[in-house]
Design a protein around this ligand. Sequence first.
Ligand SMILES: [Zn+2]
Length: 49
Amino acid sequence: MEKDVVCGMEVDGKNAESFEYKGKKYYFCSRACKEKFLRGPENYLAKKH
Ligand SMILES: [Zn+2]
């Protein structure tokens, strides 16, 4: 399982929406979460560190 960094949900990497950003692949539970991420990736990445 992969973690959706936008909403925090666990997602199945095989079927999920995904996007590669700065060499790392991110997975999303839905297109809506992916779009939120695309609008401001750094907002979501900053929370983790
Ligand atoms: Zn989500």
